[in-house]
Design a protein around this ligand. Sequence first.
Ligand SMILES: CC(C)(COP(=O)(O)OP(=O)(O)OC[C@H]1O[C@@H](n2cnc3c(N)ncnc32)[C@H](O)[C@@H]1OP(=O)(O)O)[C@@H](O)C(=O)NCCC(=O)NCCS
Length: 288
Amino acid sequence: MLILSCASKLRLLEGMLRRGLPDTLPVYGAVMHVNRGNPAGQEVLVDSWPEFKMVLTRPRREVAWDPSDYFTNLHTAFYRDEGACRALLGNSHAIDWDQAFQIQGLQDGVYENIRDIARARGLEMETYPYRPLLHPDPPAMPQYRPEKGLRLAPVSPAHALLLRDTWMFGENSWSLRYLSRLIRHFPSACLLDPEGTPISWSLTDPLAALTHGYTLPEHRGQHHARAVVGMLVAQLHAHGFPVYTRVLPHNEPSLHTLQCLGFHILPGVFHQLVDFDSQTCTVSISQD
Ligand SMILES: CC(C)(COP(=O)(O)OP(=O)(O)OC[C@H]1O[C@@H](n2cnc3c(N)ncnc32)[C@H](O)[C@@H]1OP(=O)(O)O)[C@@H](O)C(=O)NCCC(=O)NCCS
């Protein structure tokens, strides 16, 4: 197991992951951010180099210091060889199994591998099967202008409280800190009313995926989310990021909005496995 810290190796890895898209998506997005200032303080592990068979991204210890914050303690996995995947994930130096954490991956088999390794440690991880969506041609996305009196802007750190209070899982000790970090460090967009209050917004995460899309209930059904997503997608595309997200299969309004904007649902499942801090969390964790 190696921690890749050399900038040229990390750039090489980014190129190799790009050639494996879309299976490599979450890992690729994480490595792109690592190579562009590393705002989430992630590190990249491989089983071997340069002929890697397994890549794992995880936050540095000093970033994931809160043992209950499984949103910040975010890992992604991509493998070419099941044996290498199991060996790396089973290595107690790769994942701190005593801490709440989550791991995401898109390729076939990733769910079963992680689940089995967790079970061997006596852990049953919660699993969330998302539909992966990718925009094949961001410049062709239809642009929706905001209605008169409304304006588009990045989400401001001053809006973090509103985002926390409207997030179905915002009642944790860490949720405000987590959202504030996303707002400060990653591209975001919102639609502001004439008083400067957001009525619709979307963030992106350390994997460069769109996340936390939300329109206040009294403003839904007016296509506000389309203008917000349009602004955010333009930013991501301008910086060379893939434009992708994950949505729970029953979230029809969200799937409908994204497909109207030209997103394609990819085959397969975008897996999120979560090891909750069992004392604090028993409910569903995301609105995506
Ligand atoms: C998904 C969501 C962001 C869409 O925002 P929006 O600004 O209402 O988006 P739209 O106006 O384009 O509506 C999308 C679809 O929702 C449905 N819809 C219409 N009116 C609605 C209403 N009053 N309430 C809820 N859904 C409505 C319609 O199917 C609509 O599409 P259509 O107008 O083309 O038929 C919003 O429903 C929301 O905040 N949901 C809760 C959080 C969530 O699920 N986030 C998504 C994470 S991936």
